[in-house]
Design a protein around this ligand. Structure first.
Ligand code: CP
Length: 311
C-alpha cells in the first residue's frame, strides 16, 4: 500500500470523510442484503484482527466486513499465542507484518497502546477499542444508525447515560456527535463522570428522569465492571434507581425517540429485561440494527483506509 492511514479515534477523520464513509456504508448495507454478500474491493489483501481483550461484536464484524470485501482475514487472540511465552505486543505485530499482512485491527486493554503500536509499524492500524480511551468504529456505526433512524443528524438531542468515566464508547461518541452538530447531554452520578468535564463540551445531568422526555436518542452505556476496581457505585439497586431504563421511563420517551446500547447489555442494570418483550417499546430499541450496521460501516472504513482516505 502506498499510504498509511491509521484510525485511532474519530478525530483522524474530517467531517467530509465521515460523510463519505456513511454514504459508502449505504452501498455496503445493500450488498449485505444480497444472496451473494460479497464484492471484490479488497481481493488479495490481508487483514489481521488482533484482540487482546474480549469482544464479540467488533471482532466478528471486522472479520465479516473484511471477508465481504474479498480480503483474507487472520484472527489473532492473545490466549494461545506466543505472548504467553513472553513475546511483546510490538514483536507480535512485527511478526505478523513480516508475514505480509496489509492492515491491523487492534483492541487492547491499555488506553493509548493502539496508537503506540500504530506509530511503530508501517501498516495501517484501526483501533477496535483501547482501554477507556476510544472506540472510533463504534461511534461511526452509532452515527450511521442514528442517521438511518431519523434521516438527519444535526440538532438531534442525544442523552448518553451511565458509566461515562470508564467508557471509550462515550468518549468517541461525544466527540463525533458534537462535531456533527448534535446536542449531547451526559447523565451520570458524580463518581461515574470523567474528571476533566469541561473538555467534553456537553450538558450534564445526574438522573435519567432529567432528560428522558426530551431526548431523541437515549444511549445507555454498559457498566464497565472490569474497569471498576474501586467500586465507583454503592450498589446496583442504587444505580437502577437513578439510571436504569425501565418501562415507566421508556413510556415517557418521545414517540419517535430511539434507544441504543453498544452491547453487551447487562440486562436489568442498564436496561430492564421486560423492555425487550414490550411491544410498544421494542420498535425503539436499535441494538440489533447497530450490530448489522456495524458490518457495513466497517466495510466502508476498511475500503476508505485501503484507498488512502481518497474515496
Ligand atoms: N460494542 C462492543 O465493542 O462490543 P464487543 O466488546 O462485543 O466488541
Amino acid at each position: 500500500m502506498e499510504c498509511k492511514k491509521d484510525i485511532i479515534d474519530v478525530d483522524d477523520l474530517k467531517i467530509k470523510e465521515v460523510e463519505q464513509i456513511l454514504k459508502n456504508a449505504d452501498s455496503f448495507r445493500e450488498v449485505l442484503e444480497r444472496d451473494i454478500k460479497k464484492v471484490p474491493a479488497l481481493r488479495a489483501k490481508t487483514v489481521i484482527n488482533m484482540f487482546y481483550e474480549p469482544s464479540t461484536r467488533t471482532k466478528i464484524s471486522f472479520e465479516l466486513a473484511a471477508k465481504r470485501l474479498g480480503a483474507d482475514v487472520i484472527n489473532f487472540s492473545a490466549s494461545g499465542s506466543s505472548l504467553l511465552k513472553g513475546e511483546s505486543d510490538q514483536d507480535t505485530l512485527d511478526t505478523i507484518k513480516a508475514m505480509k499482512a496489509d492492515l491491523a485491527v487492534i483492541r487492547h486493554k491499555n488506553s493509548g497502546y493502539v496508537n503506540y503500536l500504530a506509530q511503530n509499524t508501517d501498516i495501517p492500524v484501526i483501533n477496535a477499542g483501547d482501554g477507556r480511551h476510544a472506540h472510533p468504529t463504534q461511534a461511526l456505526l452509532d452515527l450511521y444508525t442514528i442517521k438511518k433512524s431519523f434521516d438527519r443528524i444535526k440538532g438531534l438531542k442525544v442523552a448518553i447515560v451511565g458509566d461515562i468515566k470508564n467508557s471509550r464508547v462515550a468518549r468517541s461518541d461525544i466527540k463525533l456527535f458534537n462535531r456533527m452538530g448534535m446536542d449531547v447531554t451526559i447523565i451520570a452520578p458524580s463518581m461515574l463522570m470523567p474528571e476533566n468535564m469541561e473538555m467534553y463540551q456537553v450538558h450534564t445531568a445526574h438522573k435519567i428522569d432529567d432528560v428522558i422526555k426530551k431526548a431523541d436518542v437515549v444511549y445507555m452505556l454498559r457498566m464497565q465492571f472490569e474497569r471498576q476496581s474501586k467500586g465507583y457505585y454503592p450498589s446496583i439497586r442504587e444505580y437502577c434507581r437513578f439510571l436504569s431504563l425501565d418501562l415507566t421511563r421508556a413510556k415517557k420517551m418521545k414517540e419517535e425517540a430511539i434507544i441504543m446500547h453498544p452491547g453487551p447489555v447487562n440486562r436489568n442494570i442498564e436496561i430492564q429485561d421486560c423492555l425487550f418483550s414490550e411491544k410498544i417499546i421494542q420498535g425503539k430499541i436499535k441494538i440489533n440494527e447497530q450490530v448489522t450496521n456495524g458490518v457495513a460501516v466497517r466495510m466502508a472504513l476498511l475500503y476508505f483506509v485501503f484507498n488512502c482516505g481518497e474515496k
